[in-house]
Every structure is written in structure tokens, then in C-alpha cells.
Design a protein. Structure first.
Lengths: 112, 113
């Protein structure tokens, strides 16, 4: 599975959009981009995933560049409860192992 | 409510003792996973199981053992052979191993004294 690069930390004001970038320049054609988040001392929570089209759900939007070498997770109206570590993961959809390779992620701090 | 549970949330053991961490899911998922997380780090895969009575080593399996006798349960034993067992242990499950989102339990924080 390809590696990802994320900034170690970001701040965001409450109520504003949080835009979390991720570089995955070596992503291959059958690899999806997944986003998870982990609130302190809890298990990670799935947010969203996509292949090449932009995706939106009730939690967030995922924007993937046309060349698929980078993506951005958007939390449209960040709240204090969105403070967490956000992990960007690329995974081969057809992989037999199935595990997710977690890097260190981006620690997002939402401030009042 | 469907979900994945781990017990206990905090566990203390003396050095040299084996300890078993529980993981149960009622999501009817075929695949289950055990990860380890150290402070400030990402998750690392210990073992995974794609189906009952089958499991595979992950990246850091040494000093650990698992069993998968039932679909719902995937207990992890931390043996005395694990050199640095103090960590946060996370269990997850998914419908399959191909492209399915993983659901995580709340984790067990193991401290070996």
C-alpha cells in the first residue's frame, strides 16, 4: 500500500471549515483514499473514502485531485468535538490482508 | 445496537504474566483485526482473521497469540515473551478484507508493572 504525508498539526476556529490535506503521490490505480479520526483514548472512527470522484456524507467531504496524488478532507463547520487526530490512508481495494496502515496523522485542534 | 466491544478498558498485570484481551462484535462481520498503538504513534497490525478458525500474523505478531473459534470473538493473548507489552490495544472488524470500512472498539489500555 502507498504511503501518505500529512501535516502533524492544524488549528481551526469553531464554526469555520477545517481543510485537512494529504499527499499520496505514489497511489496506484486500484487504491482508495480513506479517512479516519481518533478522539483521544478512543478507537478510530471511519469518516469517508473515495477513489477518484469527490465524495460527501453527513460528516465530511473528500476532494481528490484529478491526478489522485493528493486529497483534502473538509469538515464544513468544525465544532470542539471535532478535535482529534485525523488519519489519511490509502488501501488497495482488492487486497487480501485488509488492514489499514496508519501513519501519525494530523492533530486537529478546534478552538473556540 | 450493533457494535464491537473490548474489555476491560484498563488492565494492569505484573511482568511475566500472560494476559488475554477480549474482543466481541455483533455486526456479523467476517474479518477481525488487532492493532497496537504506542503514545503519539499510529496503529500497527498484530494479527488479523478473515474467517472463523483462520488467522494471519500482522507486522508485529511476536509475543502475541490469537484464536478465532467463533465469528463474534477474537481474543488476543499478550504473552510473557512480548518485550514491551504496555500499550493501547485496539480491535476492529469489517465485512471483508477488501475495501470495507473497519469498525473499531473502544480499546484496552494495558499496563505491565
Amino acid at each position: 500500500d502507498a504511503k501518505t504525508t500529512q501535516p502533524p498539526s492544524m488549528d481551526c476556529a469553531e464554526g469555520r471549515a477545517a481543510n485537512l490535506p494529504c499527499n499520496h503521490s505514489t497511489i496506484s490505480g486500484n487504491e482508495y483514499v480513506y479517512w479516519y479520526r481518533q478522539i483521544h483514548s478512543q478507537g478510530p472512527q471511519y469518516i469517508i473514502h473515495g477513489l477518484k470522484n469527490n465524495e460527501t456524507n453527513e460528516m465530511a467531504s473528500l476532494i481528490i485531485t484529478e491526478d489522485r496524488k493528493s486529497s483534502t478532507l473538509i469538515l464544513p463547520h468544525a465544532t470542539l468535538r471535532d478535535t482529534a487526530v485525523y488519519y489519511c490512508i490509502v488501501k488497495n481495494y482488492g487486497g487480501s490482508q485488509g488492514n489499514l496502515i496508519f501513519g501519525k496523522g494530523t492533530k486537529l485542534s478546534v478552538k473556540p | 445496537d450493533g457494535g464491537i466491544t473490548q474489555s476491560p478498558k484498563y488492565l494492569f498485570r505484573k511482568e511475566g504474566q500472560n494476559v488475554t484481551l477480549s474482543c466481541e462484535q455483533n455486526l456479523n462481520h467476517d474479518a477481525m483485526y488487532w492493532y497496537r498503538q504506542d503514545p503519539g504513534q499510529g496503529l500497527r497490525l498484530i494479527y488479523y482473521s478473515q474467517i472463523v478458525n483462520d488467522f494471519q500474523k500482522g507486522d508485529i505478531a511476536e509475543g502475541y497469540s490469537v484464536s478465532r473459534e467463533k465469528k463474534e470473538s477474537f481474543p488476543l493473548t499478550v504473552t510473557s515473551a512480548q518485550k514491551n507489552p504496555t500499550a493501547f490495544y485496539l480491535c476492529a472488524s469489517s465485512r471483508g478484507t477488501s475495501g470495507n470500512e473497519q469498525f473499531f472498539g473502544p480499546g484496552t489500555r494495558l499496563t505491565v508493572l
